[in-house]
Design a protein around this ligand. Structure first.
Ligand SMILES: Cc1cc2nc3c(=O)[nH]c(=O)nc-3n(C[C@H](O)[C@H](O)[C@H](O)COP(=O)(O)OP(=O)(O)OC[C@H]3O[C@@H](n4cnc5c(N)ncnc54)[C@H](O)[C@@H]3O)c2cc1C
Length: 490
């Protein structure tokens, strides 16, 4: 694993900490990875920190729970963690000493096709020659600069894009590629296999694949696949949360669960308030604390598409037509570039896709601790319009059956989450949006407003994935927000 000795952000003038009064206390609303990251930065700086979490258990969209049958442990939200293992901040913490163990499947990702084969992405960039043949060189050419310089690239890309880059050449190279659509980048590849593979990575953006910036996610996630892998935590995503909570506790911080904050007025005793919530909730709890101008800006924040998710308890491993799919914890189901593009374009235009692009994780092939002996779990979701109430179960299972005939016969139990169900279990998942807001050009630069983490109130900051760099389990929103709060003082 990479070690980031100094996860420098845009704000690193800790000498300004002197403006923080002695015995200053801070609180964080929300214990998602960004809330916990913010709490840890504040506790490391010597503040007494309390974290208030609405739900009975901490973690937000990084929780593992029994959702189907006894003995089966499912990830409610995140399952596969390239950005957590590659996070400059998380990598600087002793999370291994607090129980976190990463498991890397033999191959990073599999993408089955209708001819019964699968494109299998190996972690080693040199090995893509087997999977991509004629397109190995263009793939390597696209990814290599960011893979080789991941230690510089990750801190530079996981922060506000408006900050001056420390590595201008590397970031200029990224910017030129990232501004393009996935469709434009895919023209570099001759084969259907490479084009399909890139489409699967780019579709994580929730953008239509002919939109500018849709390639950005493809490049970051593709580079991460080779630089740090796409691992799963042993025991499930909860292990990340538990390690963060345990480390926070060792610094004197405290997480109070089942403690929903209804109004900022409840927190008047704290010198500093960091909010791991999205603009919608910040508006709900703001009371008189925030200016009308700022509230108007927040109200203009746009949420992205939602997801429809299914968790499965299975009697056996998924019977993939291509046995190569069994080598990867993550499987992208959607066929060709054009099919995935059609699926994402439908969602972006407010429709549900007939053949949705499905993201599937099969952790128990590599972590037997999460199901009874010989049994398995699977986690699958597809994109739907925000707050859609469409039932996507049949369409998701048709896509799985397309590449794994007999899948339905293995299902012992399933638990379905519509966007509304997801939001009920984590208020930040507004309309099922798992990225904390759309990542279009405006919100790529300024998120949620031009002030980024700051609000109109001097001691109130926002630190959720609605701030830069956005969605994913990396904690960098919380890290940067807390650094800004410490720099500015009270
Ligand atoms: C189905 C799904 C699949 C995903 N897959 C992946 C993946 O594989 N890999 C990946 O990297 N990312 C994935 N993500 C995205 C990732 O989980 C999120 O981007 C990340 O969790 C955001 O962290 P956060 O701290 O900003 O918010 P959250 O994790 O949503 O945490 C916010 C917390 O704040 C609490 N809260 C909200 N309002 C209040 C209040 N008023 N008072 C007290 N507490 C409050 C909530 O209960 C919640 O615990 C997925 C998400 C989902 C839902």
């Amino acid at each position: 694993m990479f070690q980031f000795a100094n996860p420098v952000g845009f704000c690193n003038k800790l000498k300004k900490l002197s403006v923080m009064p002695k015995n200053a206390t801070a609180c964080v609303i929300g214990s998602g990875p960004n809330g916990l990251a913010a709490a840890i930065v504040l506790a490391q700086a010597g503040l007494q920190v309390d974290v208030f979490e609405a739900e009975p258990s901490p973690g937000g969209a990084v929780r593992t729970m029994g959702l189907t049958l006894p003995g089966f442990l499912h990830d409610f939200g995140s399952a596969v963690h390239p950005l957590a293992v590659g996070s400059p901040f998380f990598s600087s913490l002793p999370l291994q000493n607090h129980g976190l163990r990463w498991i890397h499947s033999p191959a990073t990702l599999a993408h089955p096709l209708d001819d019964g084969s699968a494109v299998v992405l190996e972690r080693d960039l040199e090995n893509v020659k087997t999977a991509l043949g004629a397109d190995a060189n263009p793939w390597i050419g696209l990814m290599q600069p960011f893979v080789e310089h991941w230690q510089e690239f990750a801190p530079a890309v996981l922060r506000p894009m408006t900050a001056l880059p420390k590595h201008p050449l590397l970031m200029a190279r990224f910017g030129l590629n990232a501004m393009m659509s996935a469709k434009t980048i895919a023209r570099r590849f001759q084969t259907e296999r490479a084009r399909a593979l890139f489409a699967g990575f780019a579709a994580h953006s929730f953008l239509a694949l002919d939109e500018p910036l849709s390639s950005a996610f493809g490049i970051v996630l593709g580079a991460a696949a080779h630089a740090v892998g796409w691992p799963i935590p042993r025991g499930g995503a909860q292990s990340i949360t538990n390690a963060l909570c345990s480390y926070l506790s060792s610094l004197g911080g405290c997480v109070k669960t089942s403690s929903r904050i209804e109004s900022l007025a409840e927190l008047s005793g704290y010198s500093l308030i960091l909010c791991d919530v999205t603009p919608k909730q910040l508006l709900q709890i703001s009371g008189q604390r925030l200016s009308d101008n700022y509230k108007r800006s927040l109200a203009g924040f746009r949420y992205g598409a939602g997801v429809f998710k299914v968790d499965y308890a299975l009697s056996s491993a998924i019977p993939w037509k291509s046995t190569d799919c069994g080598r990867a914890a993550t499987v992208h189901l959607g066929g060709t570039f054009e099919e995935i593009a059609a699926s994402e374009s439908a969602t972006r235009n407010g429709r549900v896709a007939e053949r949705p692009f499905v993201l599937l994780a099969q952790p128990t092939l590599f972590d037997a601790s999460r199901a009874p002996a010989g049994k398995h779990i699977a986690w699958a979701y597809c994109h739907v319009p925000n707050d859609s109430n469409a039932d996507m179960l049949t369409r998701i299972e048709d896509q799985i059956e397309r590449f794994a005939l007999g899948f339905r016969d293995c299902v012992l139990a399933r638990r379905v989450f519509s966007p509304a169900h997801l939001e009920r279990m984590d208020a930040n998942l507004v309309g099922g949006d798992i990225g904390g807001g759309a990542l279009d050009l405006r919100q790529f630069l300024f998120r949620p407003t031009r002030r980024t983490y700051a609000t109109s109130e001097g001691n109130v900051y926002i630190c959720s994935s609605s701030t830069p760099p956005g969605g994913g389990v990396h904690g960098m929103c919380g890290y940067h927000a807390a650094k800004m709060a410490l720099c500015r003082g009270i």
